[in-house]
Design a protein around this ligand. Structure first.
Ligand SMILES: [Zn+2]
Length: 187
């Protein structure tokens, strides 16, 4: 959560950039004139140079989500740190603010202690659950709308797995929050 007196929220998108999903998300954000934060996987950044360029050009924030989407609970600090730095290298041309979101939200206490000197570690407080095959659009949309309050950091995924629900609910989600006078600030 962000400390705020205003009705301000942050949309975050993890796991991209992915062709066919991230470009769709960018179009929706552009249509609503809203900025967000993309926590990118380094190898996807290298595979999708046009998409990462577009994310940067359109005024969104970019953060590190490791190079290979590693699980921090089962990876040594040395290996984990090296993987983050590999992603950082892929992101270097885009002048990011050294934001880090650990994949699955999993970090060992030792990792947190060491990484927070170098990165701002950003978790979330609203999980859209957009990757769940067993959930329908209305449940996902209403669950998100009910969970949001001022200062919320909302986690979506611009991935193939999340594509079905994301495409079905994101435009309405943003529209409804705008109608409730929410504003959107990238991290
Ligand atoms: Zn992820």
């Amino acid at each position: 959560m962000i400390e705020t007196d205003t009705k301000d929220v942050s949309l975050t998108f993890d796991d991209g950039p992915v062709a066919g999903v991230t470009d769709w998300v960018l179009r929706v954000l552009q249509d609503f004139d809203v900025r967000a934060t993309f926590f990118c996987v380094g190898e996807n950044v290298l595979n999708q140079p046009d998409l990462i360029q577009k994310i940067a050009e359109e005024g969104h924030s970019i953060g590190n989500h490791t190079h290979n989407h590693l699980n921090g609970w089962t990876t040594s600090f040395e290996k984990y740190h090296a993987n983050i730095m590999k992603c950082e290298e892929a992101l270097a041309p885009f002048n990011t603010g050294r934001l880090l979101r650990p994949p699955f939200g999993k970090l060992q206490p030792l990792h947190i202690r060491k990484l927070k000197n170098e990165f701002e570690i950003v978790m979330w407080n609203v999980l859209a659950g957009d990757y769940r095959p067993d959930v329908d659009t209305a449940t996902c949309l209403n669950g998100c709308l009910d969970a949001v309050s001022a200062g919320s950091i909302i986690l979506f995924h611009d991935s193939m797995k999340a594509c079905r629900l994301l495409k079905a609910m994101l435009p309405e989600f943003i529209e409804k929050l705008l109608k409730q006078d929410y504003t959107f600030t990238p991290l």
